[in-house]
Design a protein around this ligand. Structure first.
Ligand code: HEC
Length: 413
């Protein structure tokens, strides 16, 4: 048997995984794929992939599990995958051509199959991420490529990370109902448990200018505020049932904006009173993973449910939407205002596309997001670097994190 990651056994039992509901097609090697490749996820991810050549399947598998110790087993698995799932047009994207050139630098994080995500830049230029499935907090030095991984409390299942004004890495403990602080100098971890047992799943967080750490709790239907000075946590429930508060951003004036992943709404939270106002979005079927604000205070949001990009002007209440290039099933997911444009990704198609929308010309341009030689995985959250000169992205399937810059006149900016 191949050497499995140390935490493999724990992972396999701790995650409530959907069983491999649909059997894979007959063929030699199927049993091995079902035995080895379902430790972290069901086989539907294989069936929903775009399909790959044998070499690509080898690269892709090696971002999740090291089979090199057992070449016979690896051959059996790769021969099966290559025969049954060759390159195809499954969920094909519709690229949007355009004139802009981008430059992408990528890194593969050390521990395989961790579901690396949510890279964020610290003031010293290092890039932090979390490995959600394996309770990992990671730090990359983008100049040297050096990476370090730190163990978070078992079962925390960190969903996201932010660097605080104190220089610490603050993560959301999505499965153990905590917010956590990791001190990079001492390695010490401090956990802040939720004060209410209905508050189960801290999700996405952002610091406000006054130092408060705001966060969403998706399944709990709440928004929380942690005071890092006192450790006090305050919670408020969304007025809309099962709205599933997801993305969160802080406006210039301190207002907290939240997107609803379970309903057609945005939420506005008063930072002082914590009162929540619902902004209904026009169409049934609309669900919004994430949102961002531009320099004019306009809110840009992804209509994940209907495959669109949305704009909301809080001053006028005006709402506008545009169909995403890959259509209604493109499932736009992460979003960030970067370099004067709106960037998001189409996670429902293969390849996962990075899309740029120019608010002035209303033109779209898109690029497939690569992980080395393959296109696989999902971008789930993206943020710019602190100076706004680069966009930090990731692919949770292939253990990759990446930095995107714009090429201007042959120079990378
Ligand atoms: C140690 C954990 C782990 C193991 C073992 C594992 N995977 Fe994965 N795999 C992941 C993670 C994490 C993702 C991303 C899931 C997500 O983002 O929700 C993923 C996603 C995928 C995807 C979807 C990629 C896409 O385009 O979205 C495919 C295909 C896949 N895995 C194939 C395999 C195959 C084939 C094997 C066995 C050789 C395997 N996996 C074993 C962790 C693992």
């Amino acid at each position: 048997m191949p050497r499995l990651p140390l935490r493999f056994a724990i992972l396999a039992t701790a995650l409530t995984l959907p069983a491999a509901a649909i059997a894979l097609p007959e063929g030699e090697g199927r049993d091995m794929v079902e035995a080895i490749c379902t430790a972290c996820h069901a086989t539907n991810l294989i069936e929903r992939s775009s399909g790959y050549t044998r070499d690509e399947w080898q690269f892709l598998s090696a971002t999740m599990i090291d089979l090199s110790d057992d070449p016979a087993l690896e051959d059996e698995i790769l021969d099966y995958l290559a025969a049954q799932f060759p390159p195809g047009n499954n969920r094909a994207a519709t690229p949007a051509d355009g004139p802009l050139q981008i430059h992408v630098e990528e890194w593969m994080v050390p521990t395989l199959g961790q579901r690396s995500r949510d890279p964020v830049e610290a003031p010293d230029g290092s890039i932090w991420w979390v490995g959600q499935w394996l309770d990992i907090l990671g730090r990359l030095d983008p100049d040297t490529g050096e990476m370090e991984e730190f163990d978070l409390p078992a079962g925390a299942r960190p969903h996201s990370v932010n660097i605080g004004p104190d220089g610490a890495a603050w993560y959301t403990g999505n499965r153990n109902a905590t917010m956590g602080r990791f001190d990079p100098d001492s390695g010490e971890i401090t956990e802040f448990p939720m004060p209410d047992e209905a508050a189960r799943d801290p999700h996405t967080a952002e610091f406000a200018a006054d130092g408060m750490l705001w966060f969403t709790l998706q399944q709990s239907n709440m928004i929380g505020r942690l005071d890092p000075e006192t450790g006090a946590v305050d919670l408020v429930t969304s007025p809309r049932e099962r709205s599933r508060p997801y993305g969160l951003k802080v406006a210039e004036d301190g207002t907290i904006w939240v997107s609803c992943n379970g309903a057609n709404c945005l939420l506005r939270i008063d930072p002082h009173t914590m009162s929540v106002t619902e902004i209904p979005l026009p169409e049934e079927g609309t669900t919004v993973r994430r949102l961002d604000l531009d320099a004019d205070g306009i809110i840009w949001w992804v209509n994940s449910g209907l495959g669109r990009l949305g704009r909301y002007d809080p001053a006028t209440g005006d709402i506008q939407e545009w169909a995403s290039p890959s259509g209604p099933h493109s499932h736009p997911y992460a979003i960030a205002v970067f370099d004067g444009a709106v960037w998001y990704n189409e996670s429902g198609v293969r390849p996962d596309m990075l899309v740029r929308f120019d608010p002035e010309s209303e033109d779209f341009q898109s690029w497939p997001i690569a992980s080395g030689p393959v296109h696989a995985g999902i971008l789930r959250h993206m943020r710019t670097t602190l100076g706004g000169e680069a966009l930090l992205i990731h692919q949770s399937g292939t253990n990759h994190i990446a930095r995107v810059t714009i090429e201007r006149d042959g120079l990378t900016q």
